[in-house]
Design a protein around this ligand. Structure first.
Ligand SMILES: C[S@@+](CC[C@H](N)C(=O)[O-])C[C@H]1O[C@@H](n2cnc3c(N)ncnc32)[C@H](O)[C@@H]1O
Length: 279
């Protein structure tokens, strides 16, 4: 169940006494920590590692897939800043800080870039300071909020982002954490309704229709041990999130093939990626 609290927000520099105190449930696997384990990070607990290993045994390519997802994020942000001229980002489902976070990639090209990070996991909140180390020419902020609270997110993000100018809404590896019953397409629509023409939507989403048997087994295993379930989706189901928008070439593809040079023909990952522009 989601509590629709107002999104809480921190900027740097925040005095130490204002740093949030977080409570972390270490007994059950959480996706942010499972993902951190797959990426080779250390911010995870026994329950997360067990869940992560269950998936690895069903679908060993998960390790290549999560690294490819980070690479896709980097290429998409680079494209948006360098070619589409977008330098505002609303990155929802940020995950634990790792190499090449959104603001680092964007500010390398356009130091004035502004990034609002959003995640609902307390351990991401605990590490959020690493996401707030902005180039002085730009700004970063972190919101402790749930994707399902779109109005709270948009209200708080408006303190950092100028919603009269294009914004890239980044939903990288997070929509599969929202079951169909919570209307993920409606959430995407509400976010895109709030941004002007020239804004972009970036999605990475695990595929249910590539290596379907392995992926089905991995998802079932994960859903038996995770605090929150995941929903893999087909190409057609992920494509629907882009309805009404213009997909940038090459469209919605396996994310390691999205503007990758060279795209390795041997790699075949069950993970879709796409970027689209609002007219
Ligand atoms: C698989 S990780 C992806 C991290 C990052 N976007 C990346 O691609 O490297 C998914 C992240 O989404 C967050 N998340 C899951 N459900 C969420 C929700 N309803 N609202 C906000 N964040 C959520 C998790 O806590 C986790 O950090």
């Amino acid at each position: 169940m989601v509590t629709h609290e107002r999104a809480r927000q921190w900027f740097l520099p925040a005095p130490l006494e204002e740093q949030p105190k977080v409570e972390v449930d270490t007994g059950v696997a959480h996706i942010a920590r499972v993902y951190n384990y797959w990426l080779g990070g250390k911010d995870n607990f026994a329950a997360d590692r067990e869940a992560a290993e269950l998936v690895i045994s069903a679908y060993p390519s998960i390790l290549a897939s999560v690294r490819a997802q980070r690479d896709f994020l980097g290429r998409a942000v680079e494209y948006l800043v360098a070619q589409a001229g977008v330098c505002q980002f609303l990155d929802i489902g940020t995950g634990l800080p790792t190499a090449s976070n959104t603001h680092e990639v964007a500010q390398l090209v356009a130091p004035e870039s502004r990034v609002v990070y959003v995640d609902n996991d307390p351990i991401v909140l605990a590490h959020a300071r690493a996401l707030l180390a902005s180039d002085p020419a730009g700004t970063t902020a972190y919101l402790d909020a749930d994707l399902r609270d779109t109005s709270g997110i948009l209200a708080a993000a408006a303190n950092t982002l100028d919603f009269s100018q294009p914004v890239a809404v980044m939903l990288i590896g997070v929509l599969h954490c929202v079951p169909d019953a919570d209307d993920p397409a409606g959430l995407v629509r509400r976010l895109l309704d709030a941004v002007p023409p020239g804004s972009h939507l970036v999605i990475a989403h695990p595929a249910s229709d590539i290596h379907a048997t392995q992926i089905g087994s991995a998802a079932n295993r994960l859903n038996q041990v995770m605090a929150d379930p995941v929903t893999m989706r087909s190409h057609a189901e992920v494509a629907r999130f882009f309805d009404g928008l213009d997909l940038v070439a090459p469209g919605l593809v396996q994310l390691h093939r999205w503007r990758a040079v060279p795209a390795d023909p041997e790699v075949d990952l069950a993970n879709y990626g796409g970027v689209a522009r609002k007219r």
